[in-house]
Design a protein around this ligand. Structure first.
Ligand code: ADP
Ligand code: ZN
Length: 293
């Protein structure tokens, strides 16, 4: 029997489930809107009943519990999303499908996908930052997912303010953290409600956006020294941000560290919407191989 691997990219807006053959070619993929667990997860269960897998990789929105020694390992923890706080995601999956699982964040799986098959192919480390409805960051260091007592929450780095920025920030916990200042809703609030993709590309607000994102790159560089910083998410589709971020990064670094060529260091994702699913499938394959040893 040939093997089948499963993937769940569980986002705050939508879930994507996929099943692949043993060479990770996707055979089937579905999108499910993220509503309440009773609805969304029923669709997930149905998908894997119809498409049995030998192992499943899950990358979930969070915060989630990734600490194997914790009583709530496998749970989504403190999200404000109705019905999902303290939801035993992994437990509910295991009850129905007794297979090996990989369990980590949506951004860690995207980082893993980009490292193995995308922009950072051939490297040992990278950071993946998504700038969309929120800001999230994941990473791989020495080929391993970046996790400690929990998982990184790079979206909540505290920022030094841009002198021209009057916007107070919208993070309910910190106001002007990275997410509070740079996520899509922040870009739109700063620009008095104009849709982010309708703001002119030469508007000064993009300089402000690039300044904060470059500041995040600066902090990530001095803390982790990754080989590449990869951006995804809706806001990163504004291509003009990339030269601005590199320029601002150079200024903020002020010659302190020699970094890789910035055109190859601060980059847009290569796999686009496939990064997460690719990462989930790779991790599922690894779990299946570990279980067979
Ligand atoms: P999610 O984070 O919900 O998975 P996205 O990454 O698409 O989804 O992020 C949605 C946010 O990104 C919205 O705030 C939206 O305004 C913004 N966005 C989407 N597309 C673009 C674009 N082309 N340019 C700028 N902002 C965008
Ligand atoms: Zn915050």
């Amino acid at each position: 029997m040939t093997k089948r691997y499963g993937a769940i990219e569980a986002g705050g807006t939508k879930f994507v489930c996929a099943v692949s053959d043993e060479n990770l070619n996707v055979l089937k993929r579905i999108k499910i809107p993220t509503t309440i667990p009773a609805e969304t997860m029923n669709e997930v269960f149905k998908f894997f009943e119809e498409n049995p897998c030998d192992a499943i990789g899950i990358g979930s929105f969070g915060p989630i519990d990734v600490n194997r020694n914790s009583d709530t390992y496998g749970y989504i923890t403190t999200t404000p999303k109705e019905g999902w706080a303290n939801y035993d995601f992994l437990g509910e999956m295991k009850k129905r499908f007794d297979v090996p699982y990989a369990w980590t964040t949506d951004v860690n799986v995207a980082a893993y996908g980009e490292l193995k098959r995308g922009a950072a192919k051939g490297l040992d480390s990278c950071v993946y930052l998504t700038v969309g409805t929120g800001v999230g960051g994941g990473g791989v260091v020495n080929g391993k997912l970046l996790e400690g007592f929990g998982h990184p929450e790079m979206g909540h780095m505290i920022m030094r303010r841009h002198p021209d920025d009057k916007y107070e920030g919208h993070c309910p916990y910190h106001k002007d953290c990275l997410e509070g200042l740079t996520a899509g809703p922040a870009v739109e609030a700063r620009h008095h409600g104009v849709k982010a993709y309708e703001i002119p590309k030469d508007d000064h607000d993009w300089e402000i956006e690039a300044y904060y994102l470059a500041q995040a790159c600066m902090d990530l560089t001095v803390v982790l020294s990754p080989e590449m910083i990869i951006f995804g998410g809706g806001v990163s589709k504004q291509e003009q941000l990339f030269p601005m971020m590199r320029e601002s990064f150079k200024k903020q670094m002020n010659g302190y560290l020699k970094t890789p060529d910035l055109n190859k260091y601060i980059v847009h994702c290569a796999l686009g919407d496939d990064a997460g699913i690719t990462g989930c499938l790779l991790l599922a394959q690894e779990e299946a191989e570990k279980a067979n040893k």
